[in-house]
Design a protein around this ligand. Sequence first.
Ligand code: FAD
Length: 431
Amino acid sequence: MAEKFDVIVVGAGPAGSSAAYTLAKAGLNVIMFERGEYPGSKNVMGGVLYRHQLQEIIPDFIEQGAPFERPIVEQRFWLLDEQSAFQAGYKGLEWAKPPYNNFTVFRAKFDQWFAGKAVEQGALLINETVVTEVIVEDGKVIGVRTDRPDGDVYADIVILADGVNSLLAKQLGFHKELRPDEVALAVMQVINLPAEKIEERFNLEPNQGTTIEIFGDSTKGMLGTAFIYTNKESISIGVGTLLSGLMKHRIRPYELLETLKHHPLVRKLIEGGEAKEYLAHLIPEGGYHSIPKLVGHGVMVVGDAAQLVNGIHREGSNLAMASGRLAAETAILAKQVGDYSENLLDTYRIKLMESFVGQDLKKYKDAAHTLDRHPQYFKEFIPMINRAASEMFTVDGASKWEKQKRILGMVQERGTVNTIRDLYRVWKVMK
Ligand code: FAD
């Protein structure tokens, strides 16, 4: 008879390790499978990791040595044109000290640490093992099949934390093949630079970091973003766009990244750096409308596997951790009452939808699709905002009234009614 556990967790990313940690801490018998050589070895993220959700799971994560790069003290936003950028952002030194707001991380280090914490609580972690199938009997999930010899393992509950493609949720019929407009392809590079150079170029003290989110020219007008994040002794630079945009415009993502690296406003930030790693990964971007069925008898889906990414705010790791924790709490309840039915496990879906995860995804439910259907926001508005800023800030003897008139002229040129309609549409999907 194969071994039986209380819970099987598939995937040791932030979602899986949150679930495994919470379950093991509550005394449940839990096994977590990871296909990589070690947790994080296959994982890619910009990456900014959010303090709040981690603290809810491990309150003293700093004392426990969570491997962070830099606490972020500044978030900048650029609307990029060919030779310029309209910039906004916030720098707050309150984020430079505990409890902090968020941190840059390397997933290869962070995931390994986080999964290790779950193991310390008593979870069994099995690396280099692919879960090939969910075992279903009489409509109930009762375990998983792995690629190991005699690789069937049984449990009362299986938590699928297997990331964006989730072949296992697909096998259960919870979702279909992802559409190209539901998923972004992101490519990124880690570029080594001495810490002092980073601090000089980004105006930072040691142990402070900056993020820059870039819209516009970085994706050649397609829906997507680019990013530049500071690590201790390197910079992560990347760009992500919907697969549908890349297919339509026949652009290869690495071409976008190379163009970004050579942009006159970006080039100087990474100058002299040594490219260390080149990474590519999919990001679920379908939002609220793409959330699959989340629960069945004996099974729950969490994190990217459940398409839980807030693309507007580049949040994914925190939604993954929150969903992993909520699924684990539901599994603990199920164990207490001895009920693993879909009806009981639906508690997870309800709690998730009531939490910031469901609420935020609902708030922006139509944002990505609207921006994708109306390319003028990236193609026309961003260049226009740059021209307007250039006009306003160029001192050329014209009065500021005259400058306002010229800017209004730009709006009239593209059509005042059209512009008001476009602004109203975007306000409606973001409000
Ligand atoms: P994953 O991290 O994908 O983990 C899934 C795990 O399951 C992996 O370890 C994988 O190896 C394993 N696995 C898969 N299939 C199997 C199987 N069959 N058997 C065994 N193991 C399996 N989010 C942020 O919050 N901030 C950011 O700055 C940010 N930047 C990003 C930049 C890029 C370029 C990308 C690609 C993503 C970014 N994200 C960011 C999103 C974030 O990375 C994800 O939302 C998050 O990693 C989801 O965690 P997860 O645990 O659900 O999935």
